[in-house]
Design a protein around this ligand. Structure first.
Ligand code: ATP
Length: 512
């Protein structure tokens, strides 16, 4: 898939009421987006899929909903005030600002592309006898590029770990990375930039307090650890899940809803005995990957990417990456955060935050495995994977969103063949009976063909057409989105046919 397809997805999102630019009539607000009438349904379904997979399928995972504003010392304790920075660099000619680490990562990705193209070319040339591993180990051009990439990678990982901003700049200079806009190499120094938004709480006369808009939902879970553990009588291992908004003043906000300044996270902190964290880390990696793959977009679209730079609190970390139209990108992070957060809150708050383990007969600070996924990135990956242009009879193309039925905003389109003879009333009657089970949409405008296309474009898995025969024998024509096949079925069979296929329950059953 290419950038071109990505552009089409972005405009499709707007045209069909999935995602709008925020404050559009005022020319928009950068990296902030609104979800429209279709988008909100898809988003809610994604959230439900995640929430139910956590709190329904795991008896030892419970949810909370903590406030966006929190005591400012929390962000001192978490390290965000001092260390939630991105290294930024400006190009003096274009006056554009970039993340230094992203410039270098993009450069390495370009070298990877070169290598892969070389391999593809050779594969075509040699046909069946092609030995890819051997080719990679012996081809001089590949070896040269691989050595170049390894060298950059080693320097890059070290610079990040040492927080060496000068070295980051030097890598950009040595790699001759140019600004994509001005094409020049006229770079400033690299500086750190804190990503938290702040505001003031209370009136200034009272002495207003500087508070932050949370940059992650996780801290709301940590500071409620004891509340939930005690009131819920939770025994370790157990988890706390939360869905909520987070805010980051991203330096380079681009790629649509991939990197936003206001976004939504679904996070789960799983508290375990010290020493058992890596075992749980491996388990949660499996559980989360299964959750992604169950959507049926193809296993090859996912991969794990282990972190080069571990955050100061982590002893293992990986990303779940999804193949977006612009390459493999992080959708979810899975981190083993040790006892860093709870210990730190204990220190800063002066309150004891420990767990008494009745089996071990001792108290300790639990270790934590975190799974953290962005709703909006999940939305984007779902849209990208579902978006499809197909050639149909007569050389026409149809745009169809092949959304998993459980996530589709509308499950059933109900279309009277014509706007008279009692057909609209009959269609409405069908909706009135089915609306308790799933979301239906009535549409009587334009030809049936056009109406099918509109439902395809929003990913509706089923449509039924109500015609004159319906009035006689209570049957309708059901049409399936993906195959476009049609068949005649009795109205009283509809709930049975559709409910099973669109049910979240059946999707969840595939991941246990
Ligand atoms: P990135 O490296 O892309 O900035 P991150 O590693 O900082 O992401 P985390 O802090 O691990 O991200 O956040 C967990 C998840 O929250 C990410 O996997 C992503 O899905 C989501 N997320 C983070 N920042 C944004 C953002 N600016 N816009 C949308 N989603 C985001």
């Amino acid at each position: 898939m290419s950038e071109d397809v990505f552009k089409k997805i972005v405009s499709h999102c707007k045209e069909y009421g999935f995602v709008f630019q925020s404050s559009e009539i005022y020319d928009g607000l950068s990296a902030v987006y609104d979800y429209g009438q279709m988008g909100v349904e898809l988003k809610n379904n994604i959230k439900k899929y995640w929430w139910d997979s956590m709190v329904l399928l795991h008896e030892n995972v419970v949810g909370i909903d903590s406030a966006i504003f929190m005591h400012p010392t929390i962000w001192k304790a978490s390290g965000h005030v001092d260390a939630f920075n991105d290294p930024l660099i400006d190009n003096k000619d274009s006056k554009k600002r970039y993340r230094a680490d992203v410039l270098i990562e993009d450069h390495m990705a370009k070298i990877d592309d070169k290598i892969n193209k070389e391999v593809e070319k050779a594969a075509k040339r040699f046909g069946e006898s092609f030995d890819e591993a051997m080719f990679r180990q012996t081809n001089p051009r590949i070896l040269e590029n691989q050595a170049k990439r390894n060298e950059v990678h080693t320097r890059f990982a070290k610079a990040l770990n040492d927080n060496n901003l000068d070295e980051l700049r030097q890598i950009i200079v040595d790699c001759e990375i140019v600004d994509p806009i001005s094409g020049t190499r006229n770079w400033t120094d690299v500086r750190q930039f804190n990503l938290m938004f702040s505001t003031e709480m209370g009136s200034t006369a009272d002495g207003a307090m500087k508070v932050y808009l949370r940059p992650e939902t996780a801290q709301g879970i940590f500071v409620n650890f004891l509340n939930v553990q005690k009131t819920g009588r939770m025994k370790i291992p157990f988890g706390i899940a939360q869905i909520g908004k987070a805010f980051r003043n991203e330096i380079v906000a681009r790629q649509f809803i991939f990197r936003m300044r206001e976004f939504e996270q679904m996070e789960m902190q799983f508290f375990v005995r010290p020493g058992e964290e890596l075992e749980w880390f491996a388990k949660w990696k499996d559980i989360r990957m299964k959750w992604h793959k169950a959507l049926g977009f193809g296993d090859h679209k996912y991969r794990f990417h282990d972190h080069d730079k571990l955050a100061h609190y982590a002893n293992a970390a990986t990303d779940v990456e999804f193949e977006m139209p612009f390459g493999f990108k992080e959708v979810e992070g899975i981190h083993s955060r040790t006892d860093f957060d709870l210990s730190s809150h204990e220190k800063f708050s002066g309150k004891k935050i420990q767990y008494f383990d009745p089996e071990l007969n001792k108290s300790y600070t639990p270790y934590v495995i975190e799974t953290s996924i962005g709703v909006d990135r999940m939305f984007l990956s779902t849209m990208s994977a579902a978006y499809c242009e197909e050639e149909v009879e007569g050389g026409e193309t149809r745009v169809v969103l092949k959304l998993p039925a459980a996530l589709a905003p509308i499950k059933l389109g109900v279309l009277p063949l014509i706007k008279k003879d009692g057909l609209p009333e009959k269609a409405q009657e069908i909706i009135d009976n089915l609306k308790f089970d799933f979301k239906c949409q009535y549409d009587e405008k334009d030809s049936i063909g056009k109406r099918y296309r509109r439902q395809d474009a929003i990913g509706t898995p089923y449509c039924v057409t109500v015609d004159h025969q319906t009035l006689e024998d209570n049957t309708v024509t059901i049409r399936y989105r993906d195959t476009m096949e049609q068949e005649r079925v009795a109205i009283d069979k509809l709930a049975g046919i559709i409910s099973d296929k669109v049910s979240m329950k059946n999707l969840l059953k595939t991941i246990v």
